[in-house]
Design a protein around this ligand. Structure first.
Ligand code: NDP
Length: 336
């Protein structure tokens, strides 16, 4: 008999999540039936979407999230013991999977982690998982960057942002990033190959962009929203493309009291801009294409990754809030 631990919501988040909003409960898992497997979390992901998405769920719901888990017992030949599975199992340490495809079209079905050679399995929730595919499809399909163009990305030192900037470099673009500390900006320029990086908390973004992108911006990958995004969009070129990936600057805000930002419609009209929001799962049918391409770039040394790892399942909350506060560089994960 296996006892599993899981985090459940005991109070709806208001403002920044509080430790007392969640609690760990235990449950006894039943013996496996035919077709099922038992897996044990190895790396759990903490992601920004968890903050706004949990608004949809009532108290008592398990925290949502994906993980890389090792299969420890199995009655399913497609999910064999010793293999690693990537699944949206939630914040829990032991899970029974049934090997069936997800009935929810916006959730990627649990799947065996591809063979990664010497690379860590944690990449299954990072550069070789959802965040990597968000960068790959969001940038290439929606922004369609061309060599010689200028690409701006916000949230640049995070999991998605640093990946976006590097793909834009692979495509021959000039890349400008915005992130929340001087150290992150230095890392983006020294290690990630960004041409420019600015600390949005202290820089005059309008002036910085005038200086480093005097010919304007062609593509903007928006991870943060708010006034910074309006400043960037106002600097865009004719037929510029904007992929709206996220709006983390708003996630802890009361939706009825969001801050006002500058009006953009005249810029959209005169520059004939195109802006599209997306959820990465729209590319579910091409999921392995993104993973294979990102894996190939990593093996070729063209794409680097970084992880901020928190130790211990019991420290998931700290990792989650730390990520929302900007304490992570690259992908924030928890080692169970
Ligand atoms: P990150 O690894 O980038 O972590 C979040 C980062 O957000 C923090 O490190 C912090 O960095 C930054 N941040 C926090 N508060 C603010 C703020 N007020 N203004 C600007 N930046 C802030 O997370 P991800 O890479 O996983 O996600 C990045 C974005 O992409 C999020 O908006 C997320 O919701 C979105 N996303 C969307 C998907 C989709 O399908 N549409 C899929 C995956 C992610 P800093 O120090 O720079 O402030």
């Amino acid at each position: 008999m296996v006892r599993a631990r899981k985090y459940i919501l005991v109070k709806p988040f208001s403002g920044e999540p509080k430790k007392s909003d969640l609690k760990i409960v235990e449950e006894e898992l039943p013996p496996l039936k035919d077709g099922e497997y038992l897996c044990k979390a190895v790396y759990l992901s903490v992601d920004p979407y968890m903050r706004p998405y949990m608004k949809r769920y009532p108290v008592g719901t398990m925290m949502i999230g994906s993980q890389v888990a090792e299969i420890v017992e199995s009655k399913n030949k497609d999910f064999q013991v010793g293999k690693f599975v990537v699944g949206s199992f939630g914040w829990r340490d032991y899970t029974i999977g049934d090997g069936k495809l997800s009935e929810n079209p916006v959730i990627v079905s649990p799947h065996i982690l591809p063979e990664l050679g010497d690379l860590p399995s944690s990449l299954g929730v990072g550069a070789l998982g959802m965040p990597g595919n968000t960068a790959y499809f969001g940038l290439l399909d929606l922004c369609q960057p061309k060599a010689g163009e200028t690409v701006v990305v916000t949230g640049a030192a995070g999991a998605v942002g640093c990946h976006v900037g590097q793909i834009a470099k692979i495509k021959g673009c000039t890349v400008i990033g915005f992130a929340g500390t001087e150290a992150k900006c230095k890392w983006l320029k020294d290690e990630m190959g960004f041409d420019y990086a600015f600390n949005y908390k202290i820089v005059n973004a309008d002036r910085a962009l005038s200086e480093c992108a005097p010919k304007g911006i062609d593509c903007y990958f928006d991870n943060v929203g708010g006034e910074l995004s309006s400043i960037i969009i106002n600097k865009m070129n004719l037929h510029g493309r904007i992929a709206v990936c996220g709006a983390i600057s708003t996630y802890n805000e009361d939706i009825s009291q969001l801050p006002k930002v500058s009006i953009l419609q005249p810029t959209f009209v005169f520059k004939q801009l195109k802006m599209e929001g997306f959820i990465v799962n729209r590319w579910n049918s091409r999921w392995t294409e993104g993973i294979n391409q990102n894996l190939q770039w990593i093996k070729e040394g063209k794409l680097k990754y970084r992880e901020t790892v928190t130790d211990g399942f019991e420290n998931m909350f700290d990792a989650f809030v730390g990520m929302l506060r900007g304490e992570n560089v690259g992908k924030a994960i928890v080692k169970a």
